[in-house]
Write a protein that binds this ligand. Structure first.
Ligand code: ATP
Ligand code: MG
Length: 138
């Protein structure tokens, strides 16, 4: 069990003006910010980040969407961070997300679902270092 996870606020939530409320929620739920930045993924970088989904029918759409606007990337720390954060964001499809979860509140569809959360400790490390050098993590 690790105490860090990686997240992105996706282009839909950025465009809809939810970044501030979402970051506030991270903090209120007890996640400490280890690293944080606004950036934009090229199609190539988005494709690399989501390479695990390369064979899925929605891959092209996902890469196009994730490179369509700015995002906020962050590394967050809390006990049992990966599982605790997945609980906070809710199900992939906002229609199935529990009341009060970030996706229930801010996502618009299964594809444009407001936030990313790592699915394992191993991927949290890989994804965090995809965006942040050691000098950017405190
Ligand atoms: P994320 O990895 O972004 O935190 P997740 O782990 O809940 O989301 P995954 O199965 O890893 O879900 O899918 C990655 C992303 O691909 C989803 O967040 C969503 O944006 C998109 N996606 C997943 N399933 C579909 C689908 N059926 N149609 C369109 N887009 C999808
Ligand atoms: Mg995932």
């Amino acid at each position: 069990m690790s105490n860090r996870t990686f997240t992105m606020i996706k282009p839909d939530a950025m465009k809809n003006g939810h970044a501030g409320a979402i970051i506030d929620r991270f903090i209120k739920e007890g996640f400490r910010i280890v690293a944080l930045k606004q950036t934009k993924l090229s199609e190539e970088k988005a494709g690399e980040f989501y390479a695990v989904h390369r064979e899925r029918p929605f891959y092209g759409e996902l890469v196009e969407f994730m490179s369509s606007g700015v995002i906020v990337a962050a590394i967050l720390e809390k006990e049992n961070a990966v599982a605790a954060f997945r609980e906070l964001i809710g199900a992939t499809n906002p229609a199935q997300a529990a009341e009060g979860t970030i996706r229930k509140l801010y996502a618009t569809s299964i594809g444009e679902n407001a936030v990313h959360g790592s699915d394992s400790d191993e991927n949290a490390k890989i994804e965090g270092s995809f965006f942040f050098s050691g000098l950017e993590q405190f």
